[in-house]
Design a protein around this ligand. Structure first.
Ligand code: ADE
Length: 443
């Protein structure tokens, strides 16, 4: 009941999972509590995430918490096949993911995990939620809620909510401070550079490095590229962020101007065709083009390939595209998120906090479940989702829409993380607390 590349890869996958787990101390603490309390007992959970050693530690934690878990990949190219094999063989977790799977297999795998009839789903990019609202609508009533890992997914869900099309409560894990301030910034910063270097082995020092987008991912990437000696240029449409980039010391330009200078271009926008057909002629000969965003539409990879006179693969995930003008463009990872394609995604120490949030989101959804023994008819007027066996139903106390985890979760996760780093911080005195809560004292 799984589909992975080769179960014989399991032994190396198991060691990789163990190493990653040793760097994920917050998740470890949650795992120990889950083992005792079993907060996910009787919950079936379908997860669509990048199948990495870090994700393995998350799904193992959910299983230890009592859930029946099934996992599929959230990108056709990001699966670590040895990890997928170990999840099946050593941890008995149904897994449907093969690195390089075609689009048909990718969607087949998504359907496989939904065949488990989950009460909770977990997404990185909103593909399961999207399927539940399109081809598998009949299953929606059994789902009490979902959680979403990434900025792009949250943007998609908020668009659904705005259209009145979202019929589930979804926890935007990405919106937790202990997720986006660290994963998006330091995780993407480091792992994108790692991906570019593994694919190309070029020197960054002295290169003109254009980053499209100055959100949390762009900021992290800019800081790391600068640290390695690159001359960083930022293109950003949001004036406040563009100003921030300028005051952070970066050159800020329009894309049309910046691409004439850039040796390396990375998109991190969450948007579409930021580098498009109109730009191809202005690109510098020999430019390296990579994407750090979730979907492979941030630069127009297909459009570029269409205009190619010739195309060769020089190294893994490094294609040389020669345009009719004779200009060469080097494209990484077919425009898919390079940190997970040619490297291993974010390091475990930072996924630790992201996945602590995911584990707590699953627990939060389970705790907000309410059960009914009412008849089906008496509950059918409600807009809330409910899961049903023959005569008992359960629904979430949370309304359909995009929700955030409570602030206390951030504080708890940050405190544990600080603790694992051996860092102690001060507490406010009673007098200071009183001062902050009063308005009478002035100059
Ligand atoms: N997203 C970015 N890095 C990741 C990782 N290492 N595992 C799962 N999802 C990720």
């Amino acid at each position: 009941m799984s589909d992975v590349k080769d179960l014989k890869l399991a032994s190396s996958g198991k060691l990789k999972i163990e190493w990653a787990g040793s760097q994920m101390k917050v998740l470890e603490k949650i795992k120990l509590r889950f083992k005792k309390e079993k907060p996910l007992k009787n919950i079936t959970l379908a997860a669509c995430l990048h199948v990495t050693a870090e994700t393995a530690n998350l799904v193992i934690t959910l299983k230890i918490g009592g859930a029946k878990v099934a996992l599929c990949a959230s990108n056709p190219l990001s699966t670590q096949d040895e990890v997928a094999a170990s999840l099946v063989k050593d941890f008995d977790i149904p897994t449907f993911a093969i690195k390089g799977e075609d689009t048909k297999t990718y969607y087949n795998h998504l359907n496989k995990v939904l065949d488990f009839n989950p009460q909770i789903t977990m997404d990185d990019g909103a593909d399961l939620v999207s399927l539940l609202h399109s081809e598998r609508k009949n299953q929606l009533k059994y789902v009490i809620g979902s959680s979403e890992e990434t900025t792009t997914g949250v943007i998609r869900l908020k668009a659904m909510e705005k259209d009145g099309a979202l019929n589930l409560p979804v926890i935007a894990v990405n919106d937790s401070l202990t997720k986006h301030m660290f994963d998006n910034r330091y995780g993407t910063g480091q792992s994108t550079i790692d991906g570019i270097l593994r694919a190309t082995n070029v020197l960054l020092a002295g290169k003109k490095f254009l980053i499209c987008g100055y959100g949390w991912c762009g900021r992290g990437l800019a800081a790391r590229a600068k640290g390695m000696g690159a001359q960083v240029i930022i293109a950003e449409v949001n004036p406040v962020r563009a100003l921030e980039a300028a005051m952070d010391g970066f050159e800020v330009m329009r894309i049309a101007d910046a691409i004439k200078l850039a040796d390396i271009i990375v998109t991190a926008t969450g948007n579409k065709h930021v580098i498009s057909k109109n730009h191809f002629n202005s690109l510098k000969n020999g430019v390296i083009l990579a994407n750090a965003g979730h979907f492979n539409v941030e630069f127009d990879y297909n459009g570029l390939i269409k205009e190619a006179k010739t195309k060769r693969t020089l190294r893994n995930y490094l294609e040389e595209v020669t345009l009719s003008s004779g200009k060469k463009v080097f494209v990484l990872g077919e425009g898919r998120l390079i940190n997970l394609i040619s490297a291993e995604g974010h390091p475990p120490d930072v996924m630790d906090m992201s996945f602590a949030n995911q584990a707590l989101a699953a627990e939060y959804l389970a705790k907000n479940k309410q059960s009914f023994s009412a008849s089906k008819q008496s509950f059918s007027a409600s807009k809330q989702s409910f899961s049903a066996s023959k005569q008992s139903f359960s629904a979430s106390k949370l309304k359909p829409g995009v929700h955030q985890l409570p602030d206390e979760f951030d504080k708890e996760i940050a405190l544990i993380k600080l603790n694992t780093l051996g860092i102690e911080i001060d507490k406010l005195t009673k007098e200071q607390q009183k001062y902050l809560n009063s308005w009478q004292e002035g100059t």
